[in-house]
Write a protein that binds this ligand. Structure first.
Ligand SMILES: CC(C)=CCC/C(C)=C/CC/C(C)=C/COP(=O)(O)O
Length: 283
């Protein structure tokens, strides 16, 4: 299991490392302001390692005076300002990912039958099916076919457009990011595409967020039903992590992406006239 703690103890000299490429230097350690040669002698017996350390660490670079400083010797060189920010971003991202992996593993309590909440797994899989693309596409297509009012047809047509858009956008992001599903996931999902071996973002989460917003905006629902819709969206997201299908960040990003996708559906909104025009051009 990856945990922040485990990641931070990887160095023989005890200095914590995050993501393998960043090094924290204790601020209490005296910074040597003399020549780099002196620095090398203090770094230990391996001069190559010592030279690398001296050049990696922004703190040491700043402290080493004329050898790496600005031409005038006053203040840090320009490049320090440029490199410090990416380091901070990198460290923050590495920490976030480490917490994500650790938390997701802790929460995957229905990942298999033998897990601590293994008995709830069938219920979680039922929630999984409720957020799957096939029932949603089939339901929207059937409602479009059966609808006898122009308003009903318009709403169902645009739900269908939104669902197809969701499949395409999630497929693209998954193919670009290529984040593997958690190791504890059992790949026993029903009807998947090849990109669904990747986990970022959760397609169930994007669909739940987009459809949730769509239902709340376009169906006249009583307050208890509106609460039920919100509850269902939350449960779909939670079930992805409990089943071990996703890390927490896959689901959170999925919710955000689905929320934005609904905005896109609103922008693209097809009216029956537009549809008739499109069909007329095709015929
Ligand atoms: C008509 C047509 C193209 C249907 C395809 C529906 C389909 C197979 C959707 C995939 C749904 C799925 C398994 C998404 C993966 O969700 P994650 O939450 O595991 O990313």
């Amino acid at each position: 299991m990856h945990s922040p703690k485990a990641k931070n103890t990887g160095r023989r000299d005890g200095s914590p490392v995050l993501g393998g490429s960043f090094e924290f230097v204790p601020l209490t350690k005296p910074v040597n302001r003399s020549s780099p040669r002196h620095l090398l002698q203090r770094q230990g017996s391996d001069p190559t390692t010592a030279r690398l350390r001296a050049s990696e660490s922004p703190l040491r670079r700043r402290g080493s005076g004329s050898s790496t400083g600005s031409a005038s010797g006053q203040g840090p060189p320009e490049e320090d300002g440029i490199r410090l920010n990416p380091s901070l971003i990198g460290i923050s991202l590495s920490s976030l990912l480490a917490i994500d992996l650790w938390l997701s593993k802790r929460l995957s309590v229905c990942a298999c039958e033998d897990s601590s909440w293994g008995s709830v797994r069938p219920l979680m899989k039922l929630i999984e099916v409720s957020g799957h693309g096939i029932p949603w596409l089939a339901g929207a297509a059937y409602s479009l076919y059966k609808s006898d009012t122009a308003a009903g047809q318009e709403v169902m047509l645009n739900l269908l457009v939104g669902l197809l858009l969701d499949l395409i956008l999630v497929g693209i992001v998954k193919a670009v990011v290529r984040r593997r599903r958690p190791a504890h996931n059992q790949m026993d999902m029903f009807a998947t595409f090849s990109v669904d071996r990747y986990s970022f973002p959760s397609g169930h989460a994007t669909r739940a967020a987009m459809c949730g917003r769509f239902l709340l905006a376009h169906l006249v629902l009583a307050a208890p039903l509106r609460v039920l819709v919100l509850l269902w969206v939350g449960l779909v997201g939670l079930s992805r992590v409990l089943l071990g299908r996703h890390n927490v960040t896959d689901v959170l990003f999925g919710f955000w992406m689905g929320y934005c996708q609904y905005n896109l559906v609103e922008i693209l909104w097809f009216s029956p006239q537009t549809l008739q025009g499109l069909l007329g051009h095709l015929a």
